[in-house]
Structures are given as structure tokens and as C-alpha cells.
Design a binder for this molecule. Structure first.
Ligand SMILES: *Cc1c(COP(=O)(O)O)cnc(C)c1O
Length: 428
């Protein structure tokens, strides 16, 4: 494949945009090569500006569960655009989408819309702190909850569970209230509760997608719920990625554990910038203007974005057997990869739930971030490059999740497996 135009466009972009991108993972740093500049999406495919075509397993990092250019969403957006792009005043479509989502989940009476997953999480945490009158929060190593200050933390030295900033620009004063626990390890959470009597909430990706694809153990979530109840802390499920993806009801459609607050993003906007957080009325009523916890947004509930979100969620509800079909394809793909890797003598761990899947170049199963970090990232980079050459676009890091869209056929999946067989043999 020829990437001439992308290389040129990237050079130009780097002159005026830091790293040439508006979100760092897009720069292909961990796999090398030039990020592809995209001209358009067509169903299951992406077309770059050099007119190369790729089967797209990234789908804008999750939102596009119906693939590119879905006609129902497109129609809804165009209709909304004709009435105006933004009013900063209530519109009926916000209520419609809110009611629809609340009707899908237990313990969700109210929901508020924002414009990104980052904002949803940041607001949910402020609400949890306001509601409990406590300051500390617990997060898990390897889980990503957007780029707000208090969540950009890494493990401190020694046995201390309090995090330190993972980025310059984040004052240690802002992360000293964030405790770090180990995913799928309830002992580490107990340790946090031992170290602090001031914990407002525990936030978790119940199906983690940001350290690669690592689902939580059901028993771990049950115990987490019990610990939160015992200590009067709220449990927040960050379902920005897994929501409407892992199942129609995200992780809540798979596990029995119910959170107090849920955050959404990605699929909820159908490709437009939307985030949301919701929960029971007693908690949500603490939010301004009903309650004292401040939260706001000029473009929150934007009518065009809401139209895309509503069309997307309504279509999810209307398409019978959608997630079962997506999961079948996801499993077909990763099981095919696994066989191909075995044939090549390359250790590979695979996993899939609903339309989410992941694979680690690792000889042991991955249960947490530490396990994930033991993966062979060089081999991943070689695989990624090889698959790109064959016309398959995967998330450009070992520590990301990939996705199936509803417009992918079994034939497309089988083509990807064949390509993987060839690439794996070549990079052995
Ligand atoms: C993507 C993601 C976020 C951040 O959402 P943005 O829209 O990128 O701000 C937060 N949490 C999880 C679990 C995510 O996958």
C-alpha cells in the first residue's frame, strides 16, 4: 500500500497541531509508521486519502456500532441540522433520549447529558463526592476514565495506595485523593478502605477496554459492591466504552452487580460528541439546579448530537438479536486468530464479549494491568503493521480494544483471519 498523501498530510498537521493529532493514541506512536488520514467511511470500511480501503475494527474507538454512514442515524442528524445546530435551551429530544435510556436500566431514574466521556466521569465523581460528603476516590490501575486531573494517576512508590500524577501539569494536591487498586483483586480494594475513611466512590470499567480487553471477574464485582455498601461509598460503573457495546445494557446486562452511578459515552452519541451519567433520583437530585452540586455545559444535550444518539439507541433496541450476532462474529474472529497464532507458534490470549474483543501477545491469561504489561508490544506493532498492509485497521496499541460493527459479515471476518494467518507466520 502507498501512504504518500497521508505522510504529506501528517507532516503538515505536525506543524500546527501538537504531534499532528487531537488525541495522542491516533499518532501511531506505539506501532510506528504514519497515521492514516481518513477520507471517508463506508459501512464496515475506512478509506484513507491515498484511496486505500481497510476493514475497520476501530470504529472511531467504539461509537460506530452500526458502521460508517448508517442511513437511520444520518437521516436523523440531517433533519435535526435543518432546525438549527444549537440553542442552549431545552429541546424535547433530550427528554426522549433520557427516558429511553432510564427505561433500559435498573436503578436509573435520571440522567444528564454532557459532551464527552471525560466530562461524564468528572461530573459523576463530583456528584459522588457531593452526595457522600467525602473526598477520596478509588480507581483501578489500567482503567481509563478520561483525562481529568484527579484521574491521571499512577501508582506511587512502595505499599502506598495513594496515586501520584501520571502527567506533568497535574498537581499532586489533585491526585492525593485518588487511591489506586488492582483490577480483579479485592484485597487491594480492602487495603484502600483500610487506608482511608474518606472514600466517596469506587470507579471501575466493569469490562475494561483501556488496558487491552480485560473483563472483570463476576465475584470480584459482587465483593466490590458489598465493600462499597459496608463503607458508605458509591460504586460507579464507567461504561463509556462497554455501554451498549458489551451487551444492549453493557456490563449490567452481563453481571448481576448494580452500580449507583453509570457513565456513558461513545455509542450513546452514535458518532457525535455525547457523554452522560445517571443514577437513582436521591443521588441525581443533588445536581444543580435541584441540588448544590454544580455541573453545566454550553453544548450539553446539543440537539444534533441528541438526534444521532436517539437514532443509535433506538436502532439498538429495534434490532433483535443484535448483540448475540455481534458476539458470534467477535468470537469467530478471535478464535480464528488463536488458531492461526497456535499454527505459527506465537502465544496469544484472546477474549470477546458482545461487540468488543481483544488479543494480547502474551503466554499467560491477563487479569489486570500488570499482566497486560507483560505482553510483547514489539510483536503487536509488527502484527498491526502487517494487518494494515493487508487492509485491516485495528486499534494501534496493544492496550486498546477493537470492535465488531453490525455491517461486518462472516466473510469479512474470515478474510481478516486469513490475513492474520499470513501476517503471524511472517512475524514469527
Ligand atoms: C473513552 C473513554 C473515556 C473518555 O471518553 P472521551 O469521550 O474520550 O472523553 C472514559 N472512560 C472510558 C471507559 C472510556 O473508554
Amino acid at each position: 500500500m502507498n501512504y504518500k498523501k497521508s505522510i504529506k498530510a501528517f507532516a503538515k498537521a505536525q506543524k500546527v497541531i501538537p504531534g499532528g493529532v487531537d488525541s495522542p493514541v491516533r499518532a501511531f506512536k506505539s506501532v510506528g509508521g504514519t497515521p492514516l488520514f481518513i477520507k471517508k467511511g463506508e459501512g464496515a470500511y475506512l478509506v484513507d486519502i491515498d484511496d486505500n480501503r481497510y476493514l475497520d475494527f476501530v470504529q472511531s474507538w467504539g461509537p460506530l456500532i452500526f458502521g460508517h454512514g448508517d442511513k437511520t442515524i444520518e437521516k436523523a442528524v440531517i433533519k435535526a441540522v435543518k432546525n438549527g445546530l444549537s440553542f442552549g435551551a431545552p429541546t424535547k429530544i433530550e427528554t426522549k433520549l433520557a427516558a429511553l435510556i432510564c427505561s433500559m436500566f435498573d436503578r436509573m431514574d435520571k440522567i444528564r447529558f454532557v459532551s464527552s466521556g471525560t466530562e461524564a466521569v468528572m461530573s459523576a465523581i463530583r456528584l459522588a463526592r457531593g452526595y457522600t460528603h467525602k473526598d477520596d476516590i478509588v480507581k483501578f490501575e489500567g482503567c481509563y476514565h478520561g483525562h481529568s486531573d484527579s484521574l491521571l494517576v499512577q501508582a506511587g512508590s512502595g505499599a502506598v495506595t495513594f496515586g501520584t500524577p501520571s502527567s506533568p501539569g497535574v498537581p499532586a494536591d489533585l491526585t492525593k485523593h485518588t487511591l489506586l487498586a488492582k483490577y480483579n483483586d479485592i484485597k487491594s480494594v480492602k487495603e484502600c478502605f483500610k487506608n482511608s475513611k474518606n472514600i466517596a466512590c469506587v470507579i471501575i470499567e466493569p469490562i475494561a477496554g483501556n488496558m487491552g480487553f480485560v473483563p472483570a471477574d463476576p465475584k470480584f464485582l459482587t465483593e466490590l459492591r458489598a465493600l462499597c455498601d459496608k463503607h458508605g461509598a458509591l460504586l460507579i460503573f464507567d461504561e463509556v466504552m462497554s455501554g451498549f457495546r458489551a451487551s444492549l445494557k453493557g456490563a449490567q446486562g452481563i453481571y448481576n452487580t448494580k452500580p449507583d452511578l453509570v457513565t456513558f459515552g461513545k455509542v450513546i452519541g452514535g458518532g457525535m460528541p455525547v457523554g452522560a451519567f445517571g443514577g437513582e433520583v436521591s443521588i441525581m437530585n443533588q445536581l444543580s439546579p435541584d441540588g448544590p452540586v454544580y455541573q453545566a455545559g454550553t453544548l450539553s444535550g446539543n440537539p444534533v448530537a441528541m438526534a444521532a444518539g436517539l437514532a443509535s439507541i433506538q436502532q439498538l433496541l429495534d434490532t433483535e438479536g443484535l448483540h448475540a450476532g455481534l458476539e458470534e462474529k467477535a468470537k469467530r474472529l478471535v478464535e480464528g486468530f488463536k488458531v492461526a497464532a497456535d499454527e505459527a507458534g506465537i502465544p496469544l490470549q484472546v477474549n470477546a464479549i458482545g461487540s468488543m474483543f481483544g488479543f494480547f501477545f502474551n503466554d499467560k491469561p491477563v487479569y489486570n494491568f500488570e499482566d497486560a504489561l507483560r505482553s510483547d508490544t514489539k510483536r503487536f506493532a509488527a502484527f498491526h503493521q502487517g494487518m494494515l498492509q493487508e487492509g485491516f485497521y485495528f486499534a494501534c496499541s496493544q492496550f486498546e480494544t477493537s470492535f465488531i460493527s453490525s455491517v461486518m459479515s462472516d466473510e469479512m471476518i474470515d478474510e481478516a483471519i486469513e490475513a492474520a494467518r499470513k501476517v503471524l507466520k511472517a512475524i514469527k
